[in-house]
Ligand binder design. Structure first.
Ligand code: SAM
Length: 286
């Protein structure tokens, strides 16, 4: 049984253990663990360093630390991940949302007026993080999220409720455009884009904890783009735009597919690490 401990000492111990394990953000992870179990934030750590954490809570946190040090990401321990400043529940059939993907939301904000109405389609919605963040920003728009995984749809529905956009979000289980009807002003997608032979080489936290359906882009990593680009003109409004996340090394292949499909390439956008990350497409002339 763990003993009681002061908040400052607990924070220090967690940081040290996480740093020794070489996590990228030991301070942030230590804070998340304290927040999840002790319900105390950064301001409490600063203002009340001598606050005593009861032994049962200390024991829970030490157990979480143990699981974390065996390789499980914190988001998979607590089943929650922040994206675009909003909380998203995740489960074993949803991708753990990545900060890089927020670039799609940023670009949509640059392209569309916040007051405009219209319809958004999110293909491969997973936890619903992209669609729900967009609906949070564009209060006059509504949206449809599609995913092949029924459990991902369950998570997306919970997240729409949690983030107060349930009345403007619909979700359907199906393959890409298969069950979709209508035209959309904005189509977004972060499809699976890892070539299947590359999957065994991915880091443990991705390979072991993200679902294969969210990763596997077929033999060349391009299969979902090929399917989607071949049909997108039937679903994108004449003035609509589409934003697709791509892998860091897929710029040439994906832009070639865009051009081969008779779509107009409006731009390739770079993420915070300097990698090409989002392609912007419209139906217009090439
Ligand atoms: C890379 S994940 C992206 C999830 C989420 N949009 C995000 O950015 O975190 C790709 C998603 O596509 C879904 N998916 C895979 N094949 C699909 C298909 N044929 N039709 C619809 N969704 C599919 C997966 O289940 C997964 O949720």
């Amino acid at each position: 049984m763990a003993e009681s401990i002061t908040l400052a000492q607990l924070y220090k111990n967690l940081k040290l253990a996480l740093r020794n394990y070489q996590t990228d953000t030991p301070e942030l992870e230590a804070r998340i663990m304290i927040e999840e179990r002790a319900k105390l934030g950064w301001s409490d750590i600063v203002a009340y360093p001598d606050k005593v954490i009861a032994s049962d809570i200390h024991a829970q946190i030490l157990h979480d630390l143990d699981v974390r040090l065996q390789g499980r990401p914190l988001s998979r321990i607590y089943g929650i991940r922040e994206f675009w400043g909003l909380p998203f529940v995740i489960n074993d059939e949803t991708l753990d949302p990545r900060p890089d993907t927020e670039l799609i939301v940023e670009l949509a904000l640059q392209r569309l007026d916040k007051s405009t109405g219209g319809h958004i389609l999110d293909l491969g919605t997973g936890s619903g993080c992209i669609l729900i963040s967009l609906l949070h920003e564009f209060q006059n728009m509504d949206g449809l999220g599609v995913d092949l995984s029924p459990k991902a749809i369950e998570a997306a529905l919970q997240n729409a409720e949690r983030n107060n956009c349930k009345n403007r979000a619909r979700f359907i289980c199906g393959s890409w455009f298969e069950s979709v009807t209508g035209k959309f002003d904005l189509i977004v997608s972060n499809p699976p884009y890892i070539a299947n032979h590359v999957i065994p080489t991915l880091s443990t936290d991705v390979r072991e904890f993200d679902p294969i359906l969210a990763l596997d882009g077929g033999d060349d990593g391009l299969q979902p783009y090929k399917i989607i680009f071949s049909q997108i003109k039937n679903f994108l409004s004449p003035n609509g735009i589409a934003l697709f996340e791509i892998g860091y090394d897929q710029k040439d292949d994906v832009t070639r597919l865009v051009e081969d499909s008779g779509l107009a390439l409006r731009g390739v956008h770079i993420d915070w690490a300097g990698n090409p990350r989002v392609v912007e497409i419209s139906c217009g002339d090439k």
